[in-house]
Design a protein. Structure first.
Length: 146
């Protein structure tokens, strides 16, 4: 039975590369590139994954390179739970293929998470737009009163 990486082992998302070594960044980017290629070419033989349009946004690797967290988005919205489950089922095959393609001695265990950065960016943009419109109304009120 494989164990999940402890919360402290997986680097937190934030500024790109915050707290990660050069090797972690290089392996993570290689994994992201190859995983995106595998998904794009339809080399994962699962109809649910094949019909989904997935984007691999980022891959974070633990310092020992044994675990990798893959952040994905699905075209049209959040990553569906059933797609995530299908990816978890395909993880052992993906892991082996990634190890071969990247010539890694140990392939990291993959865990898949929805990338919420686009949703969060849209939320922040909406807040800023609301604030801008409030400021414009205040300016118009000030100009009309004076």
């Amino acid at each position: 039975m494989s164990r999940s990486p402890a919360r402290s082992e997986v680097p937190r998302r934030g500024a790109a590369g915050a707290g990660q070594s050069q090797r972690q960044l290089r392996v993570g980017e290689g994994l992201r590139h190859e995983l995106a290629e595998l998904l794009l070419r339809g080399e994962v033989h699962d109809p649910l994954i094949a019909e989904s349009h997935l984007t691999v946004a980022e891959v974070r690797v633990t310092p020992d390179l044994r675990h990798a967290v893959v952040y994905l988005t699905e075209l049209g919205g959040e990553l569906r739970a059933e797609v995530r489950t299908a990816l978890e089922r395909a993880a052992p095959r993906l892991r082996g293929e990634l190890a071969r393609r990247l010539h890694l001695k140990y392939a990291p265990e993959l865990s898949f998470h929805a990338d919420r950065s686009f949703t969060e960016a849209a939320r922040i943009e909406a807040l800023l737009a609301t604030e801008r419109s409030t400021l414009e109304r205040q300016r118009e009120d000030d100009d009309g009163a004076g």
